[in-house]
Ligand binder design. Structure first.
Ligand code: XMP
Length: 513
């Protein structure tokens, strides 16, 4: 059976990845490509449907991005979103102008009425909120199209040519603010493009394993395993595919969270692979001794990591493939087509230069983060690894303010573990994107029993965010904060005061260093 794939042509819209995620959530494979993709490449991709994204331009601008109009002759259904809708309208003989009066410009949540006889809106309520963001107006709808939705201000919020399978919406069905937006995308995929819903992580697992086996043959694969979600899932997939041909090197720099090293090791016990765990705590702590400046800490850890990895790689000898856990958002953001993009915290600063290998393999490069997690579950990785929150490469080093010592790292590990336990027990982990404790460099006076203490202040950080570029501080209930504070000061000797960080990003960052 031929592969089913949707092509998303990106016109620079801020939601391009979101559209792709929605399509994949509907169990349909898709890829995001720049709008400059040639007609020959589009043909070769053989899409079952094409989606044009939104974009910041106006279609009548001189430099506005366009597509080859022959794309409309391929016999492939098209869904144009916002700019994509206007582009399609213009290309097919309609006209688009700047909205003359404010009432025709629409931004934000807008009450919208849908024609539920149109395939795009089949089985949906006749009225709902849609998320608009357009300042242009479709003055003339192209021939063959009918009006399929309207708002108070705009008679042509959606247009449809059911015969050719062309649809345009001026709003953004991919954002959560649009009620039933995903249903509209699903209707396009299933009722217009004829999707069969074949894209599942179970299928992907089998396909990826077969592809890895074919590529690797009897070669040897080396992977730097950090214990993060991406590298862990990458390791599990390779383990399943090539077993003992895989060597995972897990460098434990001694700045991991409590039990983390053991957990990572335990997770890979079911597979018969070469698992090398390097206990490099002393080495890292010696190098970091006396260092207080955050960027120096990062640099030292990055460099030391490479040295340790290099030493292990030398012991292993030449390998054929160096595996990396690059995922799809890194590939899309680069806009660089097939060029390998190496996220700095995947390889902690340029491993390939130091290791003797022939080729890089990146078995997750087409997957979104939520798909990577799902694949991890399919592969049988434990939930604590698969749903792990982000953890910075330099680890606790950037959560210990000032000089790093083993004593401080142990204090922080204990306090952080209690914090995480209590957040999970309260069910707050489902609402919070990232949470951790920070050991400040401040000591203050306290009283415990009848005695005076002069101990460290611990800061608790918790944020909600969708992209980690901006973040809000999480509003943890007071009773949960109270339990965390009481347990930490009682159970961790050396900490006598707990504060909660109530700063958003910006102006603060998520980490303290
Ligand atoms: P900031 O502190 O910049 O953090 O708001 C944003 C996200 O990135 C993580 N982070 C890092 N990850 N190496 C990493 O792999 C690093 O050096 C690093 N610094 C910050 C941070 O945990 C948060 O998720």
């Amino acid at each position: 059976m031929p592969r089913q794939a949707v092509l998303i042509l990106d016109f620079g819209g801020q939601y391009n990845q979101l559209i792709a995620r929605r399509v994949r959530e509907c169990n349909v494979y898709c890829e995001v490509k720049p709008y400059t993709m040639s007609l020959a490449d589009i043909r070769a991709f053989d899409p079952m449907g094409i989606i044009f994204t939104g974009g910041p331009n106006s279609v009548y601008d001189e430099k506005a991005p366009h597509v080859d109009p022959a794309v409309f002759d391929l016999g492939v259904p098209v869904l144009g979103i916002c700019y994509g809708c206007q582009l399609m309208a213009q290309a097919l003989g309609g006209s688009v102008t700047a909205a003359q009066d404010d009432s025709a410009r629409e931004y934000g949540k807008t009450e919208t009425w849908y024609d539920t006889n149109c395939r795009l809106f089949r089985d949906l309520p006749e009225c709902g909120i849609s998320w608009m963001s357009h300042g242009d107006y479709m003055e003339k709808v192209p021939e063959g199209f009918s009006l399929a939705a309207h708002s108070r201000a705009c008679p042509n919020v959606a247009i449809a040519d059911e015969k050719r399978g062309f649809y345009g919406v001026q709003f953004h069905p991919e954002v959560n603010h649009t009620e039933h937006g995903v249903d509209m995308i699903r209707n396009f995929l299933y009722h217009v493009c004829g999707a069969r819903g074949e894209w599942t992580m179970e299928d992907y697992k089998h396909t990826a394993i077969a592809a890895i086996r074919e590529k690797v043959g009897s070669g040897r694969v080396l992977l730097a395993l950090s214990g993060g979600v991406d590298s862990s899932v990458c390791a599990a997939l390779l383990a399943e595919a090539v077993g003992r041909q895989l060597t995972c090197v897990f460098v434990d720099h001694g700045l991991m969270r409590k039990n983390e090293g053991d957990e990572v090791e335990a997770a890979f016990r079911p597979w018969d692979i070469n698992f090398v765990r390097v206990d490099a705590e002393d080495r890292f702590l010696t190098k970091l001794s006396g260092v207080t400046e955050p960027e120096r800490k990062r640099k030292i850890i990055g460099e030391e990591f490479i040295r340790v990895f290099e030493a292990e790689a030398k012991k292993i000898g030449a390998v054929d493939f160096l595996a990396q856990g690059t995922i799809y958002p890194d590939v899309i953001e680069s806009g660089a087509g097939d060029a390998a993009v190496i996220k700095s915290h995947h390889n902690v600063g340029g491993l390939p230069d130091y290791v003797d290998f022939k080729e890089i393999i990146e078995p997750l490069r087409l997957l979104f983060k939520d798909e990577v997690r799902q694949l991890g579950r399919e592969l049988g990785l434990p939930e604590y690894l698969v749903s792990r929150q982000p953890f910075p490469g330099p680890g606790l080093a950037i959560r210990i303010i000032g000089e790093i010592t083993k004593e401080k790292a142990d204090l922080l590990r204990e306090a952080d573990a209690i914090y995480r336990q209590e957040i999970a027990a309260a069910g707050e982990d489902r609402n919070i994107s990232q949470y951790f404790a920070v050991l400040t460099n401040t000591r203050s006076v306290g009283v415990m029993g009848d005695g005076r203490t002069y101990d460290y202040t611990l800061a608790l950080r918790a944020v909600t965010t969708s992209d980690f570029m901006t973040a809000d501080w999480a509003q943890i209930p007071y009773d949960v904060l109270d339990r965390i504070s009481t347990r930490i000061v009682n159970e961790v000797q050396g900490i006598n005061r707990i504060v909660y960080d109530i700063t958003s990003k910006p102006p603060a960052t998520i980490e303290w260093e």
